[in-house]
Design a binder for this molecule. Sequence first.
Ligand code: AMP
Ligand code: ZN
Ligand code: FE
Ligand code: FE
Length: 302
Amino acid sequence: MSDTGGVHGPLTDLPRIDLHCHTNASDGTDTPAELVGRAAAAGLDVVAITDHDTVSGWAEAEAALPGGLTLVRGAELSCVHHDEAGDEQRKVSVHLLAHLFDPTAPELAGELTRLRGERVRRARVMAQRMADDGLPIDPVAVLAQAGEAVGRPHLGRALIAGGYVASMGEAFAGVLARSSPYYEEKQDLVLADAVRLVTAAGGVSTLAHARARARGGVLSETTLAALAVAGMTGLEVDHPDHTPPDRARLREVADELDLVATGSSDYHGANKTVALGAETTSADAFARLVARARGVDLVTGG
Ligand code: AMP
Ligand code: ZN
Ligand code: FE
Ligand code: FE
């Protein structure tokens, strides 16, 4: 339907696809049912649920799926890559999007369970360090408010509620930062193993926000090439944290390595300012991802 007077102008016929969204199953604020409702209201044709280290939102999202909206079931895996640059060992924290994998595949399911355990351990350790230093937040309340996958944004909300910081941005710039004395590392999944486990579970894997420098170190192009050889499927090119030059370079790298270039909002509800569908994936790129997946099917609301 072309509707030149509408908000999307003459491009209304192109499918709108957002492959990276969080719910309150991890550190988003929408319920899975709200996510799919809002995705339809925002005019999306395809939306992915990609909570951190959990699939616990899948069933609710599927049950609430509005007619005509297609759901891609996925997760965002907490990973680590050990880079050897000369004689220096560098540890880079990275996120791997996994779409359309079989959630019952034992090895991957086991790692997801372990990663959620690490999240709980870390939240308790960080809450204790804050309490010891005059920033008392209640870890029991934080864990109760979090879904299956507690994250730093849950601690951030508690810090705001306690009046210790004014905003999530301030929390992440200070108390919750990696450089903060309260920070505790999680033992994340080795990136190359994550790619292998997702593939073994019939899923496709896409490196999330590959050049989001503010989050810490980013992977070298040599490492990206090795990941492509190891079976990684895609590279998230259009992401709110990427500058235009970084997007341009990532698109070239994706082309060179035959990786699928995706785009997505990384929507977190009220925990971030980005809107659903603020960045999207092309129909062609989406078709390439789906063609390589055999874990679970797409689901379309009737
Ligand atoms: P965690 O996975 O628990 O270490 O927490 C990282 C999460 O916090 C990621 O999902 C980020 O999207 C989110 N995050 C990072 N920086 C910020 C920020 N400044 N404001 C809100 N959320 C953030
Ligand atoms: Zn998050
Ligand atoms: Fe991420
Ligand atoms: Fe994310």
